[in-house]
Design a protein around this ligand. Sequence first.
Ligand SMILES: Cc1cc2nc3c(=O)[nH]c(=O)nc-3n(C[C@H](O)[C@H](O)[C@H](O)COP(=O)(O)O)c2cc1C
Length: 361
Amino acid sequence: MRRMSSLFSPLSLRNATARNRLWLPPMCMYSVYAEDGRATDWHVQHYAARSSGGFGTIVVEATAVSPEGRLSPRDLGLWDGGQVAGFARIVEAIHAGGALAGVQLGHGGRKSEVNPASEGPDSRRGGKPEWDLLAPSAVAFPGMPTPEALDEAGIDRLVDAFAAAASRAVEAGVDVVELHGAHGYLIHEFLSPLSNTRTDSYGGSEENRRRFLLRIVDGVRRAVGDRVLCVRLSATDWLDGGLTSEATCRLSSVLVEHGVDVLHISSGALLPADIPLGPGYQLPFAADVKRAVAGSEAKVVGVGMVTSAEQAEQALVTGQCDAVAVGRLALTDPYAPLRWAARLGVDDSPMPVQYRRGVWG
Ligand SMILES: Cc1cc2nc3c(=O)[nH]c(=O)nc-3n(C[C@H](O)[C@H](O)[C@H](O)COP(=O)(O)O)c2cc1C
């Protein structure tokens, strides 16, 4: 007998409906070989495969809002109108496979150009940043050069850059704009007292530390109209004196008041820390946020070492989150959602009609 499942039931978000509750989280491909921020054929085929593979929502990797905000010279960008057409090719390919298309907009802050490109360490050019690093405060990430503390004009410029990039994403046809507020990059650096030592209105109290993000959210909300707006957060820094789940819950409630539709709950990466990795280790933080925003329309995405259909289904059934993101597993198995639907024996598999005669080996 065929069954219904939570995982493969549709997810309504502001003005869009995803066919199921599986998200492909943003994962950098470092495949902009010309280093001009423009999408390549690699991106198009990579995201197309995961859409025909059955994901409900696909969030394209961290995409820079300004050139110096890239995590590597080979990152995607939307800081220039000339980047829209290439990005639209990715969006069209995702839509052709039936998934909603999202983009993660971000700025690397003091960790820009930290990540090795996929070709290995050589492409990092000795690990030296290609540009001056920007951050809330002149406090370096261990092993990285000391960043320049942003002044008011620099903050204004970046708030505008996020809104302008969001407009370009809408022009390219995206359904979901996700802001990268996690993993130790610029927005997270403002949020955490461990990286933000400012004494002006952007530092000190929790309210001041969230001001940069809220200004970005307000600008992006205006830019995207009724498109879905998501914020990815590191729920905890896993360090004494850093962000905690309680602070993230308070922030999430405020974000919802500012028009955020989805909270995507990750953790860590502000600084090296001991993290108790294990299956679903970040889901309890998603559950905290879900409780904090209960009573609103906001949805919560959980992520981190979710690697089976049963585990994902359980996270939804027990109310830990409204959707589950599956990252690394999908790098080697773009068809994981189809496999999982078959495994759960559900009625509403995202199996493309073209593949219905396929068999699992
Ligand atoms: C190759 C790779 C690239 C990633 N790039 C990003 C990124 O661009 N933005 C982001 O927020 N997280 C990024 N992540 C983190 C993933 O989105 C995800 O949160 C993490 O892999 C944990 O989920 P998983 O256990 O299902 O893989 C990346 C992870 C990997 C493996």
